[in-house]
Design a protein around this ligand. Structure first.
Ligand SMILES: [Zn+2]
Length: 258
């Protein structure tokens, strides 16, 4: 075990342990684990693009709130943690989720052992596996000074978002954008342009954002996925998604354009 101070991301399901310090919530930063460690627990040693090493593990029961600690949902942590800590928490949660869902070899059924900090190897046949990333596209479609917004049946709330969907085997991201827009709305689009991407650790997604322009067609909603959808101008927008989403970044970018 390392002896330098590190951030510790401790989860019970999607609940993340946070420390109360100087009236704020933060991630424990110390040289030893902030809780007793269950015997079966694997302590992940991870890093992100900034290179800072951090640790993560999961608990078999939540930590009761006291004057030092509390547990909050990963989504809620977006609003209270430093953004760099939220991103690390997301990676930690994705690895813990994958660990729980990759106990046995998909080829031969024998147990999988950790091989590197982000891969496992089968003790039977030697097969190596890495965490699954479910890639999805999301697209902001403009028509003149209007934007297409939709309400998906799986949205928790009355807000409208953007057309989105999972990439299928064998297609490019741009083909996925065209296909999803056609399937969900019946519209043809043009000028598909990359905007930005974002890890979406709920539980293991990568959102890839695009912009596009309406080309032709009448809106015909895919009834199984969407309950509403229309073009809106900036001054009559419906409720829009929260700030943690790539949808909101796309909408804000469009709203701030001249
Ligand atoms: Zn195997």
């Amino acid at each position: 075990m390392n002896t330098e101070k590190r951030l510790w991301f401790v989860f019970f399901n999607d609940q993340l342990l946070v420390e109360k310090r100087d009236g704020e919530l933060t991630i424990p930063y110390q040289d030893t684990p902030p809780t007793p460690i269950p015997e079966w627990t694997h302590i992940h040693e991870l890093s992100l693009f900034d290179g800072e090493m951090f640790n993560a593990y999961s608990l078999s029961a939540p930590i009761p709130e006291d004057e030092h600690f509390a547990m909050i949902g990963l989504r809620a942590s977006f609003d209270v943690l430093l953004h760099s800590q939220y991103l690390k928490a997301g990676k930690a949660q994705e690895l813990i989720y994958w660990d729980k869902n990759s106990r046995f070899c998909p080829a031969c059924g024998m147990p999988m052992n950790w091989h590197t900090s982000i891969s496992k190897r089968c003790i039977g046949c030697g097969k190596e596996i890495w965490p699954t990333v479910a890639t999805a596209i999301i697209v902001l479609i403009t028509r003149g000074d209007e934007v297409l917004m939709v309400h998906a049946r799986n949205f928790k709330g009355d807000y409208y978002g953007l057309v989105a969907g999972f990439v299928e085997t064998g297609e490019t991201l741009e083909e996925c954008v065209e296909r999803e827009v056609m399937e969900e709305t019946g519209l043809r689009i043009r000028n598909i342009r990359y905007f930005a991407s974002q890890p979406w650790p709920y539980p293991c997604g990568l959102m890839v954002g695009f912009t596009a322009e309406y080309e032709s067609g009448e809106i015909k909603l895919q009834d199984s996925e969407l309950s509403a959808g229309d073009f809106f101008t900036k001054d009559n927008l419906p409720n829009i998604p929260g700030k943690m989403s790539l949808a909101r970044r796309l909408i804000d970018h469009w709203r701030n354009e001249e």
